[in-house]
Design a protein around this ligand. Structure first.
Ligand code: FAD
Length: 413
């Protein structure tokens, strides 16, 4: 097979892989594209899994079924790539076949971290990453018995909100002294904790799950390090995710809890790229390399790789952002909180809406966390991208328009 006949092979038929395949075709790329995914389904949206589980809207395909054939994208589902031969540029498939590539893109995502405690395999202990996981969770909650969620991250908080909306008793067990400790500011954690508690969620912070107790062949509860028991017949483990970088690691690509890539998504091998949850990469306005788990992150990296493959100029770097839905709160978060930054809160225009701005030492906005306040989100994201100094006093004053928070403007103008 001549090098030009070899396809670009995308490993992982999730958000990053599918976006890349679509972008390549949109850009006029006319060489073969093969996308290989372990899951039995065509690609689907993951965010609804924690927001709509138990309902018909949980299953949302990323593209209509005919999209792949119509765009000459060869989609192989239920197939796992088990090895990479970088010398001869082949991948080994679980079917026994070998597939040559011209360029290879690893879009293998991440896997929920396991809870290493006695009883962690008891029926009723669940994780949430796939459509099957969401089905099992929805089914378990139909029993309307107790749900214990180990880990107060975004997925856990979203599931708690849905479960409480259905009157399921919910307890969140969080090892740190606040929920969302890794991903949100203390101020946002506090507000969300209050919001969830006011809707009946029990939140135990500084509490470590030490064992899952069994009752009649199913989960009976979660034992905590203070000796107490949280009674529940379903346990959701939401203690983070680990990148699926084993393939890359075994192939000798540079990895550091995630595949290391440059600002074009390129790994230490110029023919191999990595995008999405599995990649550790440079991010606009942030020192060092970071691994982000979000749809906008996977989309941005898919754009970067598509540009390299078709020979277009790289897209502008984007401010990282993320969203989460909890009860009636639409949370949108942009940027990354710099150590030592100060908090400026600003009430939104609608009741209960708010924005938490994070202002770095040089008076530039490094992050904004918003709830039901799209205006603050858009303005905050722009301020982060522009990196121009603001007046924190003006920023915190809702009578000052967000257009007028720049430090350059004299007070009172
Ligand atoms: P994925 O979309 O996970 O796709 C990776 C695919 O690769 C998987 O299908 C996997 O089976 C397959 N694969 C792995 N190894 C192999 C192999 N060797 N061979 C073949 N296939 C392989 N982000 C947001 O921005 N907002 C949200 O509200 C939000 N909610 C979320 C809710 C849940 C429950 C979850 C789990 C995630 C959520 N995310 C959210 C995160 C977002 O879904 C991920 O960041 C995004 O899907 C990452 O895309 P990806 O392509 O890197 O990985």
């Amino acid at each position: 097979m001549s090098p030009t006949d070899r396809p670009i092979v995308i490993v992982g038929a999730g958000h990053g892989g599918t976006t890349l395949a679509a972008l390549l075709r949109q850009s006029g790329f006319d060489r073969p594209v093969v996308m290989i995914g372990s899951e039995p389904h065509p690609p689907y949206h993951r965010p609804p899994l924690s927001k709509k589980f138990g309902g018909p809207q949980v299953c949302q395909p990323l593209r209509p079924p005919e999209f792949y054939a119509d765009n000459a994208i060869e989609l192989r589902t239920a197939t796992t790539v088990t090895g990479i031969d970088r010398l001869d540029k082949y991948v080994q498939l679980s079917t026994g076949d070998r597939l040559a590539y011209s360029s290879l893109v690893l879009a293998t995502g991440s896997t929920p971290r396991r809870l290493w405690v006695p009883g962690a395999d008891t029926p009723g202990v669940l994780t949430l990453r796939t459509i099957e996981n969401a089905g099992a969770l929805g089914h378990a909650l139909d029993r309307r018995a107790g749900l214990a969620i180990v880990g107060g991250g975004y997925v856990g908080m979203e599931v708690a909100a849905v479960a409480r909306s259905r009157d399921v008793p919910v307890t969140i067990i969080e090892r740190e002294d606040r929920v969302l400790a890794r991903v949100a500011s203390p101020e946002l954690s506090r507000r969300l904790t209050d919001y969830h508690r006011s809707r009946g969620t029990h939140i135990n912070v500084s509490a470590v799950a030490t064992a899952i107790r069994e009752r009649e062949g199913r989960v009976g509860g979660v034992e905590l390090d203070d000796g107490s028991l949280v009674e529940a017949d379903t346990v959701l483990v939401g203690v983070g995710a680990v990148p699926n970088d084993r393939l890359a690691h075994d192939a000798g690509l540079a990895c550091d809890t995630g595949v290391i890539v440059d600002e074009c998504g390129r790994t230490s091998d110029p023919s191999v790229f990595a995008i999405g949850d599995v990649a550790r990469r440079p991010v606009h306005g942030v020192d060092g390399l970071v691994r982000l788990e979000s749809i906008p992150n996977a989309t941005e990296q898919a754009r970067q790789v598509a540009a390299v493959v078709v020979g277009e100029p790289p897209p502008d770097a984007e401010v990282p952002w993320f969203w989460s839905d909890q009860f009636d709160l639409k949370l949108k978060i942009a940027g990354l909180i710099a150590p030592g930054s100060r908090v400026v809160t600003r009430p939104g225009t609608k009741e209960g809406s708010f924005a938490i701005y994070h202002v770095a030492g040089d008076d530039t906005v490094c992050a904004v966390e918003t709830a039901n306040s799209p205006g603050d989100f858009i303005a905050g994201k722009k301020l982060i991208a522009q990196r121009s100094p603001v007046s924190p006093a003006r920023l915190g004053d809702p009578s000052v328009s967000l257009r007028d928070v720049s430090r350059a403007l004299p007070v009172g103008s």
